[in-house]
Design a protein around this ligand. Structure first.
Ligand code: XMP
Ligand code: MG
Length: 191
């Protein structure tokens, strides 16, 4: 087999390496467990599909080594937007499978950009009477700082560029990359 992976030729530059992601997730998991020693029923992780799937898998395993027990829930939402910008109007494609009343909920998000999707989701989850709702986001873009979404845990602040990898896609591709990077301009031109 040739060295390297099919996608390496499409990447202009790497923003966050595989090792940096691994180290950061461990750091986040330690922080979350330190802050939740009183969560006797454990933490209910809510993953927002599909982008957060890699983060959920690695974060849950890291949390398992450091902290309270966890349970996993998955939601899929779609934001009614124009092209690549989200509008804040959200449709639920897949809802929670069970009641979250009285539970400590931690939303596991891949990336916060405008924050509109997340602020809708927070209101939705809060209306179901959990003991708490907090957010861990692996990546945050500059615009997210302008909106009032309380993201308690943030992995990396990244530049305002479209990124792929580690769950993030361009036209459903590049999710399997173990790192996060920016695509070469010609990749967009040929699609
Ligand atoms: P908000 O509502 O915070 O939307 O604007 C966040 C969602 O937008 C997507 N997003 C990206 N997806 N590369 C991607 O593959 C990016 O650089 C990017 N920035 C935002 C993502 O689905 C996220 O949940
Ligand atoms: Mg996407």
């Amino acid at each position: 087999m040739a060295d390297g992976s099919w996608y390496d030729a499409d990447i202009d530059h790497v923003i966050i390496s595989e090792q940096q992601i691994r180290d950061k997730i461990d750091e986040l998991a330690k922080q979350v467990s330190t802050d939740h020693t009183d969560a006797v029923d454990g933490i209910l992780l809510v993953c927002v599909l599909k982008g957060a799937v890699m983060f959920m898998a690695d974060f849950a395993r890291s949390l398992g080594r450091h902290g309270p027990s966890t349970e996993m829930e998955f939601m899929a939402v779609s934001s009614y937007g124009q092209g690549t910008t989200s509008s804040g109007v959200v449709r639920i494609l897949k809802d929670l499978d069970r009641d979250i009343a009285g539970r400590h909920v931690l939303v596991v998000e891949d990336i916060v950009d405008s924050g509109l999707t997340l602020s809708w989701l927070m209101k939705y989850l809060e209306s179901r009477s959990p003991a708490s709702v907090e957010v861990v986001a692996l990546f945050r873009k500059p615009d997210a700082v302008k909106v009032q979404v309380p993201v308690r845990y943030v992995g990396f602040d990244i530049p305002n560029e479209f990124v792929v990898g580690y769950g993030l896609d361009f036209s459903e591709r590049y999710r399997e990359l173990p790192y996060v990077g920016v695509l070469k301009p010609e990749v967009y031109a040929r699609s």
